[in-house]
Design a protein around this ligand. Sequence first.
Ligand code: RIB
Length: 310
Amino acid sequence: MILVAGSANLDFVVRAPHIPAPGETVLGQAFTTYPGGKGANQAVACARAGGAATQMLLAVGQDSFAEPLLASLYSANVKLNTVLTQDQPTGCAFICVADNAENAITVAPGANLTLAPEHLPDLTGFSHLLMQLETPLATVTAYALAARAQGVTVVLNAAPAQPLPPELLAAVDVLIVNEGELAAVVPYPVSLMTNLAQIAVPCVVVTLGQRGCAARLGNTFFIQPAYPVNAVDTTGAGDTFCGVLVAALDQGESLTQAMQRASAAAALACTEAGAQSSIPTADAVSAFLAQQPAPCEASVSALCNYCGMG
Ligand code: RIB
């Protein structure tokens, strides 16, 4: 069983020709709301990946924004462990999605900040704990230490980017970051491979957007080129990657197999609008992978060079 402990946000999304620069006003299209939040997106991705049962620990306010978030998790088959907060509103995210599919996100965390060490449920029966950084760092650290003490594999998606205390890193088994988040975690950023090697965590995975992803497990490095798709909205693609990676590892797949499935799921998530609304099912990922040619030598060697493995 997988426990995802983290944030849930209602995403307020406007599509615009480009993301506004500081001081700029851009005329966008109609706005839409979607269930989001890094934690909830990752829980939905885990559950849609099939395999292990997924449970989520989250905090929401007593307001109308909470309802669509809980409904989306419930309909994805995520078992809920909900903290109802009296004095904070449900978390919200304000997202601009540009016509090139990139996004800019501002989060008002609200109730997510009330998730506290005492809310952690009994971890008996859980194999993996998956967390992110939209809840208090002290809570994330307390949960990681408790999980480590009980032999539960701790997976941390260190997003949004921030430096991590050494006691947290010491309790993490798998760290998942993008390039910006990686730079915030390493003391002396150099080349990608060197950065991965500097982190005192047994397994580190770095997502590289359209290039793909790379990982270090012990002293061995792996790469996975991205699957090209016509992207319309990249929101939640990283969360899809995290959730599907953990679900695959939980099923006993190797790191390279898990990276392949997670990359395929993340690519598919970019082809539809919204965060949770775009997360594919296990069947959709399998069908997509069955149609993909083996990665060409040029893309593999370009990725190796980018990572400093050339
Ligand atoms: O990673 C995407 C998510 O970041 C959005 O759903 C938004 O809620 C923010 O948490």
